[in-house]
Design a protein around this ligand. Sequence first.
Ligand SMILES: [Zn+2]
Length: 287
Amino acid sequence: MKPDQPQFAPPQDAGERKAIAPVICYPVDSLTPAPMALYQAARVGANKVDEVLVPPRDARCFTVPKGHFFRISSVQGSQVGDLNLWNADDLSERFYSGKTRALHGTHLSTGDRLWSSFPAMRPLATIVTDTLDWYGFDDFGGGVHDVIGTRCDPYTGNLLSGGQYHQCCHSNLTRALADHLKVPLAEAEPFVHDVLNIFMCTGFTRDTGQYFMKASPVRPGDYLEFFAEVPLLGGLSACPGGDCSSEHSSDEAACYPLLVEVFAPDPSALEDWSAPAVNGYDKTHGR
Ligand SMILES: [Zn+2]
């Protein structure tokens, strides 16, 4: 945080320096846009092939074949979800929330892509429908579906207030992945990574730049839907914070399940589509 009382006086030209207009770090104009019309046409004839209900304060894994759609829905009550994504064929390729944020901004919506870690760095999934896209940014600077938070975890909870709380999203995702892979918790935990905070409403305070959350605007029936660009293993935690209106990392908040549904399009609808190639950098790093 910036100090209330700076140790150094502003230089003569401080005003001039601060008045310089910003430039976007990573303009995405040169990125090939997602073929949204093709996805929409494929979605029309798609049939539901699978579903997973994620219990409150817990997580589940799910798989999505390449070229299928998956939808995450609010059911029963306002609930935030923490999403992890891996390439199902190679778990070392995983969702990279920081790079996704650098490319698409702090909060995601329709047309944005969920990029994978180095060296593959390609879209793992593309958002095709967001029933909360009307929210935009509120007067506090808050928006939904952020890639700025990490995931609630027992380590930060222990650091800030002591105690041993086991239903944080990090632990939920660790248990779910361990169960899916049939490996011990210690083997699964390093694969858990920073999330897409589905339905969570967050931002940075204007005065101190601190990460804030507020009650999610999500209501039962709202959903976020994705197209799987590669074969996916997903992990979704129904955050112990519920709608994240007050706190997480405890059993105080009202929590509800989240529904994951998978839809298979008619294969002929994707004849003109191919999965994104891995990144073209040659990995020689100057040697
Ligand atoms: Zn959480």
